[in-house]
Write a protein that binds this ligand. Structure first.
Ligand code: NAD
Length: 389
């Protein structure tokens, strides 16, 4: 088994330390973080000595020469930093979203393709919500056909992060520009990614229609308190995405729901709620006879990864997502298989949100979502399709 050295970039990359350290022959050998105190904390968390703690990205890439980087940096830096790494033959695990505009999407696809030809360096987007236990279980059951034909899903990310839009001195953070500095579903992958996967690895969004609630809570930003994105799928289904990063309320992780012809799932919304499931076939008797059961009554359908998770996995953030995503990427690099959320799947989750910015400006008009697998002559067809288990 070949050893893999890793560089962590930006303090959020520290979330992946336990997953990386659990793998044989994987060593975190460098970090990069411009802010001094965050750099020291990240170095300590990852067990990286001061000599391998860098303030600049070039210094990490050329000084530590890692085999792989984890990008936990502001959203608009993901693509330029990915390109820099891939050009040096370094694998990239990038935080969400994959890109902040359509030009960046094209740049990303071309860079990943070039790296695939020249060095074999790989790219994966770290959409950790796809690895949550409830999401993994419902996805597995949907793919076994237990919901019948799936035709409607919901994904909601409702998280009051107003305090992250400004620094203590009142100056704006990157979120003020890239998340709430414009209208639309600017941070949609946590909601859309898991919901899209319920429909299968080939499902993608064909058109997007986006409307907003208007600005009520924090008039400093043009971003709607709540934004709704309706996604029509190539499979014939519909996904409703809600993004709300403004409304004043308690946090309740993300919420998902799925409806098929023979089953229904509604996730938990917090405050002691239970994720619930009904599987009953297509009988036409009185609906009063139908009863929800706990999702956890169906654990026999859990894929291997969630059957006997390690302590590290259970302790990792986002319901284990931060752990499994790191291990899945390293396993993909070692096996030579396409990573489960490769560049095309990353853009399937990201591009609808970018198109939603145009739709909301056009009063909610449904707009087509480009497929970066077939965008133009300089973008080749993908060699292998990726698939989440
Ligand atoms: N998947 C998830 O659950 C999840 C959760 C939180 C954040 N995120 C994503 O993680 C990323 C970071 O978010 P955050 O909340 O930690 O932001 P943050 O602003 O709190 O931290 C960003 C860090 O990046 C550093 N940075 C800035 N420029 C850099 C550069 N050129 N090179 C290296 N580091 C640089 C900053 O000093 C800062 O410490 C974003 O893309 C966000 O979307 C994902």
């Amino acid at each position: 088994m070949s050893s893999i050295t890793v560089g962590l970039v930006g303090k959020r990359a520290g979330a992946f330390v336990s997953g990386l350290q659990s793998l044989p022959d994987v060593r975190i050998t460098g970090i990069c973080e411009p802010a001094e105190s965050a750099r020291a904390a990240l170095g300590e968390r990852a067990g990286v000595p001061a000599a391998a703690q860098f303030a600049g990205y070039d210094a990490l890439l050329d000084g530590a020469r890692p085999d792989m980087v984890v990008l936990g940096t502001p959203m608009h830096l993901h693509v330029p930093q990915t390109v820099q790494a891939l050009e040096r033959g370094i694998h990239v695990l990038s935080e969400v979203t994959a890109a902040v505009d359509l030009d960046q999407c094209r740049t990303l696809v071309i860079a990943v393709q070039r790296a695939g030809r020249r060095s074999g360096a790989r790219y994966m987007m770290a959409e950790n919500y796809c690895y949550r236990k409830d999401v993994v279980l419902v996805r597995a059951m949907a793919r076994k056909g237990l919901f019948g034909e799936c035709y409607f899903a919901e994904g909601e990310y409702v998280h009051d992060v107003k305090h992250l839009h400004t620094l203590p001195d009142g100056s704006p953070t990157w979120r003020a520009t890239w998340q709430v500095g414009k209208r639309g579903c600017t941070y949609g992958t946590h909601s859309l990614g898991p919901a899209l996967e319920f429909f299968g690895p080939e499902a993608r969004v064909l058109t997007v229609s986006c409307v907003g609630s208007g600005v009520h809570t924090d008039p400093k930003h043009p971003h709607d308190d709540t934004c709704i994105m309706l996604c029509q799928l190539n499979t014939g289904g519909l996904i409703k995405v809600r993004l709300d990063m403004m409304s004043s309320r308690p946090h309740a992780m993300a919420y998902y729901a799925l409806q098929g012809t023979t089953g229904s799932f509604e996730g938990e919304r917090g405050f002691g709620d239970q994720p619930k499931l009904w599987l009953g076939g297509q009988e036409t008797g009185p609906h009063t006879a139908r009863e929800w059961r706990s999702l956890w009554d169906y654990e026999e359908h859990l894929p291997e990864m969630w059957r006997d998770p390690s302590e590290e996995a259970l302790r990792a953030g986002h319901g284990g997502g931060d752990y499994f995503i790191a291990t899945d990427f390293v396993n993909a690099i070692r096996s030579g298989n396409a990573p489960p959320i490769d560049v095309y799947r990353a853009l399937d989750y990201t591009v609808p949100g970018l198109i939603s910015e145009q739709s909301i400006a056009a009063g909610g008009a449904p707009l087509p979502v480009p497929d970066f697998r077939h965008l133009s002559a300089d973008v080749e067809a993908p060699v292998a399709s990726a698939a989440l288990r």
